[in-house]
Design a protein. Structure first.
Ligand code: PLP
Length: 406
């Protein structure tokens, strides 16, 4: 494949068809078309409406706790002995991760559109919990589709969603994981056109979702950029984030895309290594294809069947990736690297010990990459790692990996 021509700006996409180069788009059943066109139109109006912005800003401040801090990780910096490491503290948000940024934006969009029933998909349950949270806050009924396998292995989050008043519907199709839950949510949406809003949890799905989720998450990068300028008087040299579907990463990256001297690195789940199929590195080891309404890099076998993938961290095991990342990969603006389960586990333990911060296993992937490059950098260089969430949810997994019982 030829390298696509370099655009003047990396921040203008997608085009009117929802394409980022050859990626993205809206590959959906004809019955879904009117719904996503309506959503696109409403979103275009909402994003320039001062009232919409003010309401989102108010909730972000007083409900979610924004702005999140840009924290100088002095303990980790000393330990690594190279560049200065900063954490963008999305772990301090209400519900413990960046997911609330997107959920607040979308629930306000649903309200504006007069849709009173919320549906969502979830894998590990983090997005399900954040969706159930905003639905509770706004008094809307909420149905969360969750693969039956995930329901069985994520019981605390299932219970949280129920406490918040949501109905959790186990999906038995396929392997009963996130991919199947997302298919089922799309099916529900088509059959309940009138009153239902589909609250997608990452920067994937048919246009306009990748764009609107990115825009709601871009608050991360917008804040981080201003905070770094204020605290250090200049931009960072490197920024790093973990990529599942890609929402926290694109949220951090997007405001920096046209800062040519800022190196941008996305970290995929390398699982047990890229040789076999026990990983979730769709961009390092996948091929372009169509899933959930968009064209993007996917994990697939030689027949084009979508593979399930594996990661120690449930939030990273989506077999695809948001289409904007696929485009940024092929254009070379962003570098994508895999991190193994064991490396993430080590970063999780180190950060906990030297910073007194228990990071989410997803975020630990990004930290693990920092651990590789920071010691080789100069002491006056600056690195931002997106701390996408807190790791309380992961202590059982970690205990298990370490052969301990809680
Ligand atoms: C869900 C989740 C992720 C992965 O999702 P993205 O859409 O890629 O951001 C990463 N970190 C945490 C803490 C999560 O909960």
């Amino acid at each position: 494949m030829n390298k696509p021509a370099m655009p003047n700006s990396f921040r203008t996409g997608p085009d009117e068809q929802g394409m980022f180069g050859i990626f993205g788009g809206r590959f959906v059943a004809e019955t879904l078309m009117p719904l996503i066109l309506d959503l696109e139109e409403q979103w275009n109006k909402a994003k320039t409406d001062p009232e919409f912005k003010a309401e989102l800003q108010n909730l972000s401040t007083h409900y979610a706790g924004r702005p999140s801090k840009l924290y100088f990780a002095e303990g980790l910096t000393k330990h690594l002995g190279g560049a200065k490491v900063y954490f963008k503290r999305e772990d301090l948000n209400h519900t413990g991760s960046h997911k609330i940024n997107n959920c607040l934006g979308q629930i306000l969009l649903a309200k504006r559109m007069g849709k009173k029933r919320i549906i969502a998909e979830t894998g590990a349950g983090q997005h399900g919990v954040a969706s159930a949270t905003v639905a509770a806050r706004f008094g809307y009924p909420c149905v969360v589709y969750m693969g039956a396998t995930d329901v069985a292995r994520q019981s605390p989050n299932v219970f949280r969603m129920k406490l918040l008043g949501a109905e959790v519907r186990p999906v038995t199709a396929g392997h009963g994981t996130l991919k199947d839950a997302m298919n089922e949510a799309l099916r529900d949406w088509v059959t309940n056109v009138e009153d239902t809003y589909y609250l997608i949890g990452t920067a994937a799905g048919p246009h306009p979702y990748p764009e609107l989720v990115r825009d709601f998450q871009s608050v991360i990068g917008t804040e981080a950029r201003a905070q770094m300028l204020e605290q250090e008087g200049r931009l960072p040299d490197v920024i790093i984030a973990a990529v599942g579907g890609g929402s926290n990463a694109i949220g951090l990256f997007h405001p920096f895309l046209d800062d040519k001297d800022v190196r941008i690195i996305g970290i995929e789940a390398g699982g047990r290594g890229l040789d076999g199929i026990e990983h979730c590195a769709s961009m390092s080891a996948g091929k372009p294809g169509v899933l959930h309404g968009n064209r993007t890099y996917l994990l697939q076998n030689s027949d084009g069947q979508i593979l399930d993938g594996h990661s120690i961290s449930a939030g990273l095991d989506y077999p695809g990736v948001g289409p904007e990342h696929s485009w940024l990969r092929d254009s070379g603006r962003v570098q994508y690297e895999p991190i193994l389960d064991d490396e993430a586990l080590e970063a999780f333990q180190l950060t906990t010990r030297v910073e007194g911060i228990i990071p989410a296993l997803e975020s630990a992937h990004a930290i693990a990459h920092a651990m590789k490059i920071v010691p080789k950098m100069d002491k006056d260089q600056l690195v931002i790692v997106n701390l996408s969430g807190r790791g309380d949810k992961d202590v059982h997994t970690v205990a298990n990996m370490l052969g301990m019982e809680i």
